[in-house]
Each structure stands twice: as structure tokens, then as C-alpha cells.
Design a protein around this ligand. Sequence first.
Ligand code: CA
Length: 705
Amino acid sequence: MKITSILGTIAAALLLTACQPGPKAGKVDAARLIAAETDTGNWMSYGRTYSEQRYSPLTKVNTETVGKLGVAWHYEFDTDRGQEATPLMVDGTVYTTTSWSKVFAFDAKTGALKWSYDPKVDGKRGFSACCDVVNRGVAVWNGTVFVGALDGRLIALDAATGKVKWSTVTFDQSKPYTITGAPRVIKGKVLIGNGGAEYGVRGYISAYDAASGKLAWRFYTTPNPEGKPDGAASDKVLAEKANKTWFGEGWKKTGGGGTVWDAMAYDPDLDILYIGTGNGSPWNRIKRSDGKGDNLFLSSIVALKPDTGAYVWHYQTTPGESWDYTATQHIMLAELNIGGKARKVVMQAPKNGFFYVLDRASGELLSADKYIPITWATGVDLKTGRPIETPGARYETNPALAIPAPYGGHNWQPMAYSPKEGLVYIPAMSVPFGYVNDTKYIHKQGAWNVGIDTLATALPDGNAAKAAIKAMMKGHLIAWDPVAKKARWTVEHPYFWNAGVLATAGDLVFQGSAGGEFVAYNAKTGAKVWSYQAGNGIIAAPSTYSIDGEQYVAIMVGYGGAAPLAANFALPDRPRLPGRLLVFKIGGTDKVAAFPAPEKMTIDLAGVSSKGSAKEGFALYHQNCAVCHGPNASGTYLPNLKTSQMLLTEDNWKSVVIDGARQPMGMISFKQFLTPAQAESIRAYVLSEAVKAKAEDAAAMATNK
Ligand code: CA
């Protein structure tokens, strides 16, 4: 062969590769997803398999070798809010998302960036995100990557190039909906729900044709407030079962809630899709449904046919939900030997503190046991399937200090199940919360509408009292035996809000923490066998994959979510830092730069004053600001108001609070909720907290000397 023809062949081959990078990227289909269990190298969907067990059969990284785990490659992102995504790996490409719904594709072996996509979400949508502007990841199907953007768009991207194939809006963008969850694909349909029940929305899940983006079906989880059919898959079952469980007018203003913002699982044999639904809107049933009724399908596991959205069965974990006890938490499928019989089950640890095991085909309740100590109920009656509530837990006449808090005994952080150990690893929390009926509640369009007196969430005076509250907020990793119905081991964490979990056949359980430690535990005993300090808090769940005989463990690093917004006083006092993807392998030698040391922000408060009323400001602050800036202006996850330049003058403050100068970051104008005089009273209050904090700092400095 002549040199020219060899070159010609090479050139043609290169041209072919350059022109057709597509056919090999993201070629996931029904057969591959159904057989994902045995496709050990890839991690092709959110929970690795349709059963969502987050269990990898890979064993190269195991209790013997894990000590040699080092960073193989890493990438630093351009967003510094919470990172909740599970990275997928399909045929050599890692796909992940960051806060603000941005998508990234990497060479899974080298970490070279293949492409990235920014949906350019308008910052003001951040106001409707109760729990940070997060995103939990993508779905991959037939050469396409699907992402649900915070602003409600479901976007299909070419898996090879990141170019938009189609984009469709999944909700009424004039309403306070958001998407943070990862889509799933079943038989050519992309499934996506949404969130927003704290602000006032009606929950539903939609299925779109993966090729065209056309809506295939929709299932609403609460009745139509106008009392008419929706022309949706849910019409029949709402009329038959749900409508009669709602009372009064409160829910008609909000839509009732029940949002499908996270969990899904699929059983290909039964051909059933399982979804989890969210809390009531508002939380307080007195305000939502005249204090009565089960309010179907709030806080439920609902089984549907994935082709049509037709109802199969449901189980409601918290009838008449009144505490933000969602059942959107991780749903996983498994086969358990119960009473000598192999049972195909659905398992869930929803917010309410009970671990549920149900028959997958019929929805029959098999067991429900407390995975943490709780106060709102003493148990679940297995005959009726209903919780046995503690008298007074509904705070109808008196305030109730209840565990779990609205954070839940377990939140969105994924669990993992090891069939080898027969254990479910639960990232759990024990947090108390003071529920007080808000007797002055009125629905405010688009605002925080939960029906709870937010003044009850204010912190007590004095460091000792604050420390006592902090000490009550605990985080655990629980190895739960779903057959014996008890914990086999528990790891206690220093902080309550930690990360999702991965289990492997290498007898390991991986979990990150608020403190930034990424840890491998012995799956049998809970003994810590390896750790890596990431320098920033971790909330995401890891994934693992293998290429050319090497096993990789991938984790998104970046603290955020609901708790750092509303309860940063009980969490590590660390500034927000850019998110990172860290990918480990045995013998990895990549060097990861330390994050820069935090700068201590101060402002000079000498001569700064306000003509507002700090007393009035205290109430207004807790009604309007505390859920994102923390009780008593204690928040430092969003800019610390006590050291902000905003605080120095009335004009600075007004430009942000009333005129919306920081809208691109999510701080909308509060003109619709506050008068300028009220805003100034909030400034007077925050100023008083800033002065107090300065004095406390000075006293602490003096003591240290
Ligand atoms: Ca909620």
C-alpha cells in the first residue's frame, strides 16, 4: 500500500470519527436497562438499575484494597450551590449535573471534558426552590441525555455533542414549581415530576415521548381544585378514591401539594412504575383541609402502569399529612425472605420515621418500623396500615415539639441496599421541630405557605441554649435489616445533614459527610476502613463504574440543600465553595488543590442606624426571610446578612429587598410581600442581630486571650 493511500485511509477514518461521533454515545435501550444488574461496568440510570438499589457488583475496590484509593481525576465546576447529582457512566462517558441544572460529559477514564450544557435558568426561579437550586442528575436513552431544568423545562441533549434535540416546558411557569429530580426513562418515555408544595402547587408526574418530546400522559396526585376532570390518567382514580378525602377551601388556593419531586422505581416483570408523593400544601391540615381527611394521594407510594399512567395501587404513609412528612424519598425494589417466603417488595424510609416494606404487586403492607426514635406516632397498625398517632401531635390546640422535623428522618439523600448483606443503608437524621398552628395564616401567592407559626423557629438567646438545640440535631448512617426490622449497626455523625450512600460487592458502603469527609465503611460492621477529606461538605450519593479492569468511584462534592439554607447555625461554618467531581481508583495520583482559606467578612457598624422597628422586624424576618437566611439572621450559606454591605444604609437594603438588585442570584424583589417601611424594620432587626454578634465575637476573643 502506498503511503498516500495509508494517509488517505487514516484521514478518512479520522473524518468518519469526527463526523459521526454520535452512534456510540449514550446508546442505552430497554434491554440494557432491564439487564443493568449484570452490566457491572456501567451505571446507566439514577439508581444504577430499575430497582434503584445503588448496589454495584464490582469488587476490585474492597475492604482489602480500599486503603490504596486515590483521586484518578477531578473537575471543578462554576457553581457553588448544593451538588446533589449522581454521576452516570455509559460506555466510557460520565454524565453529571450541577446546581442551576447544568450538564457535563467527561471521558470516564481521563476526566477530559467532552461537552457541557448550560440551560441558563433565570435566577429568579431560585426563589421558588425551597431546598436550594440543586439538580440530582440526568437520564440517558438512545443517544440522548435528558435533564429537568429548575425552571420546568425537560431538555433532550445529543449524548455525543450536548446539542439540544428538543426542549419542552413541563409546568405552568407562572406558578412556583421547580424541578430538581433526575428523569427516568421507561420503554421510550421520559418521566419527570416537580416540586413546590411549600409555596402552593398541585403535584403531578408527566411522561414524554423520548424521541419527540410530546406529552404521553400525566398523573395528578391531588384533586382538581375546580372540581372538574383534567383529561389526565388520574381522572378516574381521583374521582373514585381521592376527591372525597379533601375538605374546605385551603387546598384549592394552593393545589394541595403531593409533588412527585424525587423517587421512582420500575419493575419490568410486573410492568409497574412506583412513584413517591410529597407533603400537603400548606403543611398544616387545619389550614389545608379543615383539619380532616386523609387527603389522597399526599405522602404516598403510588403504583402506575408506565405506558398509560393508569393507577394500580397506592399506600399512604402519613394520612392527613401535617408535618411536611413527604413520601418522595428513595423507593427501592428487592427480594426478601420474609417468614420463609421469597417476597418481591418495595422499600422506603420516608420522612415520617417508619421503614416500610410492601408487596410489590399488591401494595400489601408487610412491615413498618421506626428507623429512628420519633414522637408523632407510636407505631403502625399492620391491619389497617395506618399510623397510631400520639395525642396532640397535630398541634391543633397546643404547640408540639416533634421528631422528625420537616427535614425528615430521611430526606432525598439516596439509600443503598446490599443483597449480599441483606441491609439497607439509610442516611438518617433525628431533628426536633416546634410545630405551631399559625392562627393568622393567609395564603400569599407564590410565598412560603405552610400554615406554621414561623416565630416558633426563632433561636433562643444565649450560646448555651443554642448549643443545646444544636446537640439535639443528629445525623446517622443506619444499616437497617428489613427482615429483622432493626438496625444492625449505626454510625453517628457530628452534623445532621449528610450525604447519599453507595453499597458494593467489595463489602463497602461509601458516604460523604457535612464535614467533607468521604468515607468507606465495612458493609458488615460499620467500621471505617478509608476516608478522604474533600475540603467541602458532601450531600450527593456516589456511583461506581469500571473501564479496562479498573474500578472508579465518583462523587459530587458541594454542600447545600434545605438544611444549609434554614439551619446553617447547626452545620459547619464554611463559605460556599465551587462544586467538584472527584473520581477515585486504586493507586490514583491526581493532585487536587486545597480550597482557598475563607476570608472573614466584617463591616463597620459604627454610626449605622435604622428608623425601623426591630421588634416588628423580628416577626417579619421570621415570616419572610428565615427559611433561606436562617433563624435570627444566623445563615451564612446565602450571603451573611449580618456582615453584608446591604445592611449599612437604608438605600442599600431597599435596592435588594424591594427593588430586586440581586434577582439573578435568586433574591427576588419582596415588593409583593413587604412595604418599604416593613423592609426597613427587617433591616433594623438584622442590624440588632449584627451588633449582638459583634459583641459576642469580642467577648469570645477576650475569653480566648
Ligand atoms: Ca416539603
